[in-house]
Design a protein. Structure first.
Length: 302
């Protein structure tokens, strides 16, 4: 089996639960000969003990509260090589066992009844998007990649300053982002309560799309990729000339883009189409409406 091969296994199927297994590294099996393989829990444990099953993920469906069954918790504890677990859309999920909290990649998207995430701080990748019951994220500061989009009960994000990739889009209750200056990639799209972004100048990739309260972006000149689209109260972009990728489409109060000559990739509103000849150093120039959107690259005849 090649290192890049991925095999989908359909199955641990019994009265307790039903799962999909995505497996890497099962020696002696040829991907071309296998499409689905049903494994009993006994066989699964045998493969793990033999170190033939190196890594796999469980994508849960038709759960019917099987995670509350003692057999499921026992199974999770006994197979310490689980790489990822997906409970997406399980509206009945309310409690997570501590053993699940040790799994590196967890998707709990849309688990609307979930409130307590205190056991999930060891996850490397954690998706809690569309979990309106989640309010306390103080234990998640060590997660590498954290998606809290549409978690509108979340207000205090101070403990998340060391998260590498953080998605807070549509978290309307968030107002203070002053502790997020060390986040590498930060998505604050539609965070209407955010107005002060002066501390975010070291963020590598920053999405502030439709952050209505923002007016001053003078501190963001060193951000690598910056999305200010629909920030209608931003007027002065003169400090953003060194941003590599910049989107200021539908920033209606911006009146001068001549200072953006050194931006590599620039997206503007359609009103600036006539001014494109003044932006001769911009490598990639886009316009917001698809009808008039064009890409201009520097050529001798530009």
């Amino acid at each position: 089996m090649a290192n890049t091969d991925i095999i989908n296994f359909e199955g641990i199927r019994n009265n307790a639960f039903s799962v999909y297994i995505e497996c890497l590294g099962l020696d002696g099996l040829d991907q071309k000969d296998i499409h689905h393989l049903c494994l009993s829990r006994k066989k699964m444990r045998e493969l793990i003990m033999q170190r033939r099953l190196i890594r796999f993920s469980l994508n849960i469906f038709y759960s019917r509260k099987f995670y509350e069954d003692p057999e499921f918790s026992d199974f999770i504890r006994s197979i310490g090589e689980v790489h990822s677990l997906n409970f997406a859309g399980d509206e009945a999920l309310t409690v997570l066992s501590n053993s699940i909290g040790n799994i590196p990649s967890l998707c709990l998207q849309g688990c609307i009844a979930l409130t307590d995430v205190s056991s999930l701080g060891k996850a490397h990748i954690l998706d809690l998007s569309y979990c309106p019951g989640v309010t306390d994220v103080s234990c998640l500061g060590s997660v590498h990649s954290l998606d809290l989009s549409y978690c509108q009960g979340v207000t205090d994000v101070r403990p998340l300053g060391l998260v590498h990739t953080l998605n807070l889009s549509y978290c309307w209750g968030v107002t203070d982002v002053s502790h997020l200056q060390n986040v590498h990639s930060l998505n604050l799209r539609n965070c209407w309560g955010v107005s002060d972004v002066t501390c975010l100048g070291n963020v590598h990739t920053l999405n502030l799309r439709n952050c209505r309260g923002i007016t001053d972006v003078s501190c963001l000149g060193q951000v690598h990729s910056l999305n200010l689209s629909y920030c209608r109260n931003v007027s002065d972009v003169s400090f953003l000339g060194n941003v590599h990728i910049l989107n200021i489409s539908n920033c209606d109060r911006v009146t001068d883009v001549g200072c953006l000559q050194n931006v590599h990739t620039l997206t503007l509103s359609n009103q600036w189409v006539a001014e494109r000849t003044t932006l001769t150093n911009v490598q990639n120039l886009f316009f917001s409406h698809p009808i008039v959107q064009q890409v201009f690259r520097n050529t001798p005849n530009f």
